[in-house]
Design a binder for this molecule. Sequence first.
Ligand code: UD1
Ligand code: UDP
Length: 366
Amino acid sequence: MKLSIILGTRPEIIKLSPIIRVLEKEDIDWHIIHTNQHYSENMDKIFFEELRLPKPKYNLNIGSGTHGEQTGKMLIKIEKVLLKEEPDVVVVQGDTNTVLAGALTASKLKIDVAHVEAGLRSFDKNMPEEINRVLTDHISSYLFAPTEIAKNNLLNEGIEEDKIFVVGNTIVDATLQNLKIAEKNENVRAFFNSIVDDNYFLLTLHRAENVDNKNRLKNIIEGIFKITELYDEDVIFPIHPRTKKKLNEFNLFEKLKSNEKIKIIEPVGYLEFLMLEKNAKLILTDSGGVQEEACILKIPCVTLRDNTERPETVEVGANMLVGDDKGKLIKAVEIMLKKDMNWENPFGDGKSGERIVKILKDSFKY
Ligand code: UD1
Ligand code: UDP
């Protein structure tokens, strides 16, 4: 069996790392194809280094662009590599343009697609990620759903049950494996101490529907300002490059920087970010992976979105959705800060990587 692992962005590198860890110990022919959808050092290289991942066999250097441009360039370049490598299975993870391009190219070449984190649905077709997820699921042969909710979404769309495997989410593997490493690492601890001197809230923001819309972005910032008035805690904000670009474009960056309680920092490595999450009093985010990690680490989360494709986090009581509504944000922060953080982690036991590799291996035995 030969596997091509296609990845391109920060969360894909992190969430595929547990699978790569298992593959390193197996007698399987595999390699990484990196589209370089993310390319800045702190969105890309730092994760390969911290997670000790092997260098990609192929770097396609696609970079940023409009959806059509970026996806189209990926299709052209991925096809050339797959024709040369002739893998049995292409593995993709999540819902980015890299995922859609990888899956679409493979399926046109009649190569099986394994979709890790299949079946997530926000039911919001305005999100580019929702289009990418739905299309990828429908052309995949192995659908690795993290939870029963995800499996049911797939069944409801008519996808055959024998293609669906509920395996948990590899983010649990990544979180548990790397938190231990982070806590022991002196450099990470030194970094943490240089940023943090008291209780704090952690903020991330990058979803296109939030940051590309001036009004929504303004509302969210005003909401965060209100939180800084109501609570003593600083807000630590590792800023995504998309958000920085948009804040500048909308002339909102200076306003944000004027608030001394909001500590804007560059995006940080995974070990550093896990430390920031684990020690936060509360997490404010619109990220998919961060909602999951907050739930796993038992840190209360308030999600700056109207919907989530991770409803498990809300159901177990770990997360509340507030969109860009200031009133809802204030109420949710108040409620979440009073929570007993004893909810169950709905995303599995940290062995998803092993399960996924075993299922793929077993299907090639006969
Ligand atoms: C992408 C994914 C999103 C995912 C996110 C993870 C799609 C449609 N979106 O969004 O689902 O949650 O990655 O972080 O695939 N930029 C840099 N350096 C980089 C990468 C991006 O400066 O390394 C800037 C560029 O200005 C670029 C912008 O960020 O135009 C957006 O990058 P892009 O990859 O298009 O989308 P993300 O917002 O990162
Ligand atoms: N993350 C990180 N450094 C940061 C911000 C986030 O390592 O400065 C990690 C975080 O732990 C999570 C992943 O990046 O595992 C989430 O990526 P992102 O929010 O960019 O994308 P999404 O999950 O929304 O697709």
